[in-house]
Ligand binder design. Structure first.
Ligand SMILES: [Zn+2]
Ligand SMILES: [Zn+2]
Length: 336
């Protein structure tokens, strides 16, 4: 690419300007502050082992026997009101709905100093099992129509607690972004036939250049129209619309796969902060022809600003093809 190129992501409909000659701006390319070594436990941390009574009503503990590795409990600073009925009001232009629904925290380790990349593979497996359990359980709440499962790793990704954790929010309405993506996938099904996600996955496997990692059931790649450097998608090879449909052996494969990818990101980007999102339809859409669940990992190496806010377009100062090379090369220094 000599002249910057605008690409449209066929799955999200989002536009990105690929401007690699801009390079990473100085403040953006500066490595994150090397984090001070953390203690294994902090008495003042509500997510550490020993602080269990400081979190309300535990909803999950893994493993069920013996010392816990992963715990889920309601978020004390919930975005939504956990109690209350769903209501909706459409008053001409002015639509409103009750902001009700569950919001939980999943503490990903009993220890304060571990991250997903740094923990044992068995620890990541428990975290993935907890995600699967809580996402599925949230959809059983009759008020919930969309579950947002995400992780903020590090302050640049919006984490307010140092202790590794993820969050689950059960929304009483479908977010506009999700509505649009579902519509795009449905249009593809109607006009071209088949699943848009399966098609993109096939294309990426043929093109090869944006692939980062493959396992029996999953493929990681940098999307052709990645919004930011190293923005990464993890697709299950098996077509399924809902994460809740994943089988135990798929969860084990996903955990090992994700662990590998996060260690690649960690090694290539000096422990960069990142966001992780599980994109999934409800269990009732597990067999829908146009839905396909997946994960995204978005390292926070650039900041979005006024241009993004004003246009809903993004500027990616790296080519997705080059980002993939850098992550693959990091694999040479990361133990399998
Ligand atoms: Zn802690
Ligand atoms: Zn599919």
């Amino acid at each position: 690419v000599t002249v910057p190129e605008i690409r449209r992501n066929p799955i999200t409909g989002e536009l990105v300007i690929l401007a690699p000659e801009r390079g990473l701006r100085p403040q953006a390319s500066a490595p994150a502050q090397p984090a001070a070594p953390r203690p294994a436990h902090r008495p003042d941390c509500p997510f550490c082992v020993g602080s269990e009574e400081r979190t309300p009503g535990e909803t999950l503990r893994l493993p069920a026997e013996g010392p816990w590795q992963v715990r889920a409990f309601p978020n004390r600073f919930s975005t939504l009101s956990a109690a209350g009925e769903n209501w909706r009001r459409d008053d001409d232009l002015y639509c409103a709905a009750a902001a009700v629904g569950p919001h939980e925290v999943i503490a990903e380790s009993a220890r304060h100093d571990l991250t997903l990349a740094a923990m044992e593979p068995s620890g990541v497996h428990e975290v993935v099992r907890a995600w699967h359990h809580r996402l599925t359980a949230f959809y059983a709440d009759p008020r919930v129509v969309h579950v947002s499962l995400f992780k903020n790793h590090g302050p640049r990704a919006g984490a307010s607690q140092e202790h590794a954790h993820s969050q689950v929010v059960g929304l009483p309405l479908v977010p506009e972004q999700q509505r649009r993506r579902t519509q795009l996938a449905f249009e593809y099904l109607e006009e071209r036939g088949g699943c848009l996600f399966c098609r993109v996955l096939r294309d990426e496997l043929v093109a090869e250049q944006r692939l980062v990692h493959q396992s029996a059931g999953f493929v990681s790649f940098i999307p052709w129209a990645a919004l930011s450097p190293f923005h990464l998608w993890i697709f299950p090879r098996r077509h399924a619309g809902a994460f809740s449909a994943a089988q135990p052996e798929e969860l084990a494969d996903l955990a090992a796969h994700l662990h590998r990818v996060l260690r690649l990101v960690d090694a290539a980007l000096d422990g960069a902060d990142y966001n992780l999102v599980v994109h999934s339809g409800p269990p009732a859409q597990a067999a829908a022809a146009h839905r396909h669940w997946y994960l995204s990992v978005v390292p926070r190496v650039t900041a979005s600003a006024g241009f993004e806010l004003g246009t809903a377009m993004f500027v990616n100062p790296s080519l997705p093809e080059n980002s993939a090379v850098r992550l693959r090369e990091a694999g040479r220094t990361v133990a399998p």
